[in-house]
Design a protein around this ligand. Structure first.
Ligand SMILES: [Zn+2]
Length: 310
C-alpha cells in the first residue's frame, strides 16, 4: 500500500479486519502526495447527476445532447463546490471529486481550486475508484435504487436494471459505492440526493449525514413490465429545492460530516452482514413491454468490489 493511513488507525483497522481481505483499489498504481502527519481527513466524493436539485428528468437533463444537459452540469458544479467547501471548513485536508455520471458531467473550470478531480476507468477498480488512501467516502447528486417508490429518476447503474442483489440484499448505486468503501476499510459519511436515497443511505450506513434536495412523487412497484426507455420516463414527477437552498444544506451537512468524522468516527457504521463468497444477482428489463426479464448471476470468493467488476 502506497499511502499509510495515519488517520483514525484504530477505527479503520477494525473496519479493515471486518471487511473482506481484498480491496480492489489496493493496486499501488496511484501517485498521490503522502499525507502529512496530523493533517485532516481525505475525502473521496462520488458524484451523480440525476439527484441534483433542479434536475427534472433524464431525457432532457441527464443525457448528453439533452436540451437542459449543460444547465444540469452547472447545477451539479454548484452542489459539488458547496460540499467541497463544507468538507474543508469541517477540517478535511483533501477532497477528490469523481466525475461519476456516465456522460462526464463535471466542468473542470468551475471546480473549487482546493479540490482535485478524478475520471477514468482503470483495471480492477469498481465502481468508484476508492482506495485506502482516503479516510472517508461521500456521495452527491445520488438517486435512489431502481424500484424505490417516491424516488426521483430511480435506477441502478442503468435504467435497464430492475433490481440488483448482493447475497440477497438489494442495493443501488449508493450501496455499490458504500460497500466498496467498506471493503477498503473506510466509512461512508455523507450523501445528498432525493429523499428516498436518504432513507436508503441511512438504512445501509447508519450515522451517515444525509441531505435531501428533492423528493419524487411517483409510486413504483418495480415496474417489471417496463422497458428501459419506459422506466426512464416513469419516475420524473418531483418537488425540488431551489438550487441555492440545496447548496446551503449541502454545505452544512458536509461540514457536519467531517467534524463528526474527526470527533466521533465510530458513529459511522455499516448495517449489512455480508460475508464472502459474494453472489451478485441482477434482473434486467424486457426489451419490449411485458417481455422476458433477463437474469444474471456472478460470484466471487472473496471480494465485493471484484464481483461488481466481473
Ligand atoms: Zn446514477
Amino acid at each position: 500500500m502506497k499511502n499509510a493511513r495515519l488517520f483514525f488507525p484504530v477505527f479503520c483497522s477494525v473496519l479493515a479486519l471486518a471487511a473482506a481481505a481484498v480491496c480492489a483499489a489496493e493496486d499501488g498504481q496511484r501517485v498521490r502526495p503522502v499525507k502529512e502527519e496530523g493533517a485532516g481527513p481525505r475525502i473521496y466524493l462520488c458524484t451523480d447527476l440525476e439527484a441534483v436539485a433542479g434536475v427534472l428528468d433524464s431525457v432532457n437533463w441527464c443525457l448528453e445532447g439533452g436540451r437542459n444537459y449543460e444547465e444540469a452540469r452547472h447545477l451539479l458544479m454548484g452542489e459539488i463546490n458547496a460540499a467541497v467547501a463544507g468538507f474543508f471548513d469541517g477540517g478535511a485536508s483533501e477532497v477528490t471529486v469523481l466525475s461519476g455520471h456516465g456522460y462526464q458531467a463535471m466542468i473542470p473550470e468551475e471546480l473549487d481550486e482546493r479540490a482535485t478531480m478524478q475520471r477514468g476507468y482503470y483495471p480492477g477498480i469498481w465502481p468508484c475508484r476508492i482506495d485506502r488512501g482516503y479516510d472517508a467516502f461521500a456521495l452527491i447528486g445520488q438517486h435512489a435504487k431502481a424500484g424505490t417508490p417516491y424516488g426521483h429518476l430511480t435506477h441502478t447503474g442503468s435504467m435497464d436494471v430492475i433490481d440488483r442483489r448482493i447475497n440477497g440484499l438489494s442495493i443501488g448505486e449508493y450501496g455499490q459505492g458504500a460497500l466498496c468503501a467498506k471493503e477498503c476499510g473506510i466509512p461512508t459519511i455523507f450523501a445528498s440526493g432525493d429523499a428516498a436515497l436518504c432513507d436508503e443511505a441511512e438504512a445501509l450506513t447508519p450515522g451517515v449525514v444525509t441531505v435531501a434536495v428533492k423528493f419524487g412523487l411517483d409510486p413504483d412497484d418495480g415496474c417489471r413490465e417496463m422497458t428501459k426507455e419506459e422506466y426512464r420516463r416513469a419516475k420524473t414527477s418531483v418537488v425540488t429545492l431551489a438550487p441555492k437552498a440545496a447548496r446551503k444544506k449541502i454545505y452544512a451537512g458536509a461540514k457536519e460530516a467531517v467534524e463528526r468524522l474527526i470527533n466521533s468516527p465510530e458513529s459511522f457504521t455499516y448495517a449489512d452482514n455480508l460475508e464472502p463468497p459474494y453472489v451478485l444477482e441482477t434482473e434486467y428489463r424486457p426489451t419490449e413491454h411485458g417481455g422476458e426479464i433477463r437474469k444474471e448471476r456472478k460470484e466471487h470468493p472473496t471480494s465485493f468490489s471484484a464481483v461488481l467488476g466481473m
